[in-house]
Design a protein around this ligand. Structure first.
Ligand SMILES: [Zn+2]
Length: 92
């Protein structure tokens, strides 16, 4: 039990629980099965931990930037260069 009063009913207090967190990313759905959340012991109002939400948003932004970079690399105008072969060693 935490010392924070519920934002919804103003009577209950929050209890830390693990709850599934769902994010819709375009056509995909991402699920975090055990996200840190707070639930009111009176009305059952539920909210997620602020730090958790901030880090999730950061991760999603990073992943979006990464996939954008990868999409650009996959364009046919930019052919990947052939890997440089290691120098051959001649046996004496
Ligand atoms: Zn409440």
């Amino acid at each position: 039990m935490t010392q924070w009063r519920c934002d919804e009913c103003g009577v209950g207090r929050y209890r830390l629980i693990a709850a599934p967190y769902l994010v819709k990313l375009g056509k995909q759905m991402m699920v975090m099965p055990d996200a840190p959340a707070y639930v009111c012991d009176i009305c059952g109002f539920r909210c997620f931990d602020d730090h958790f939400l901030a880090s999730m948003q950061y991760l999603i932004r990073q992943a979006a930037n990464d996939s954008r970079r990868r999409t650009r690399k996959r364009q046919p105008t930019q052919q990947p260069e052939a890997p440089a072969l290691p120098p051959l060693r001649h046996k004496r």
